[in-house]
Design a protein around this ligand. Structure first.
Ligand code: SF4
Ligand code: SF4
Length: 306
């Protein structure tokens, strides 16, 4: 039997995805030009991997020659919890409160791909969750999941920006989804609220100044220019998303229990005194392990003494 948009949407929702859209697997000329301009300004900071595989990022046919359509999928991770106002604790970005989303989404993608293959054994696909040479936000926007906000996260009118993106590149023809217009309008709340002025212009974030980069991917010390500016963010930063009116309007709770908070905040002293075994055990299935123990300690010391 032939797959249709309706069948894919029904199967994707049955597996647990909240958003589903379809985009032609065309060359991303405009998006890759923006990426190159961003790289030319060194806004990627220490994320050298962003400089690699530009041609593949631009054209998925470079690594999947049969590509015809990309199915873009969104998974809501919002829960209605908030932080304590205890200064002895450091805040964790919402996306990392629960179980590592890669583990959850990979198993959902495997299940979805099997279901689609059952309908049509000729269906072939390759999927990515923020790894590999795929411009995940660009595909989400092209597939109509939402628009790129001025803070550079994708915003959906129903569930805001608290969702993960996965993309499945397929050898199949579907009907493309209509793109969503940009509803940021004259709002500048995210730009105004960013404590380090990392949103250097609308739709452009300089990672060198972004707390999210500085506390997770960054391998260096944190410069004294950020003294007193971290607002107790220990791993990541959600300020620009917290102030976005689209996240305040319709908070929709995730149906995935594993996204409920296990590590919403951590006591700074506990982090400073933690050893490698404790770190590995505590964050075995948490995205927090990405920062490594040294990175987390560096962040805790920066918050405590600045
Ligand atoms: S994540 Fe934080 S530091 Fe980065 S742009 Fe948003 S508000 Fe600024
Ligand atoms: S805070 Fe305003 S400008 Fe920023 S992403 Fe949200 S709607 Fe757009």
């Amino acid at each position: 039997m032939k797959l249709t948009n309706e069948i894919v949407i029904q199967k994707a929702k049955a597996v647990g995805f909240d958003l589903v859209g379809f985009a032609k697997a065309e060359t991303l000329y405009k998006e890759s030009e923006h990426l190159q301009q961003w790289l030319d300004k060194n806004f990627q900071a220490g994320m050298d991997y962003m400089e690699r595989n530009i041609e593949k990022r631009k054209d998925v046919k470079q690594f999947f020659p049969e590509a015809k359509f990309v199915i873009s999928l969104g998974l809501n991770y919002y829960t209605p919890d908030s932080y304590s106002s205890d200064d002895a604790k450091g805040k964790i970005s919402r996306y990392a409160w629960g179980k590592d989303y890669h583990l959850i989404i990979w198993s959902m993608l495997n299940e979805l791909e099997l279901e689609l293959k059952k309908v049509d054994p000729a269906f072939k696909s390759i999927s990515y969750v923020d790894t590999g040479p795929v411009m995940d936000k660009a595909w989400a926007v092209r597939a109509g999941l939402g628009w790129l906000g001025k803070h550079t996260n994708v915003i959906n009118r129903e569930i805001g920006s608290w969702f993960f993106i996965a993309n499945t590149i397929t050898n199949y023809d579907f009907n493309y989804s209509d793109p969503i217009p940009d509803f940021c309008g004259t709002c500048t709340a995210c730009i105004d609220a960013c404590p380090t002025n990392a949103i250097v212009q609308e739709y452009v974030v300089d990672a060198n100044k972004c707390i999210s980069y500085l506390t997770i991917e960054n391998k260096s010390e944190i410069s004294s220019e950020f003294k007193g500016k971290f607002d107790n963010w220990l791993f990541g930063c959600d300020i620009c998303q917290d102030v976005c009116p689209w996240n305040q309007k319709f908070p929709v709770e995730t149906l995935i229990k594993d996204f409920h908070p296990q590590n919403k905040e951590l006591t700074l002293n506990e982090v400073i005194e933690m050893n490698e075994e404790e770190f590995k055990e505590k964050f075995k299935i948490s995205p927090i392990k990405r920062a490594k123990l040294n990175g987390l300690k560096r962040n805790a010391l920066h918050i405590k003494f600045n």
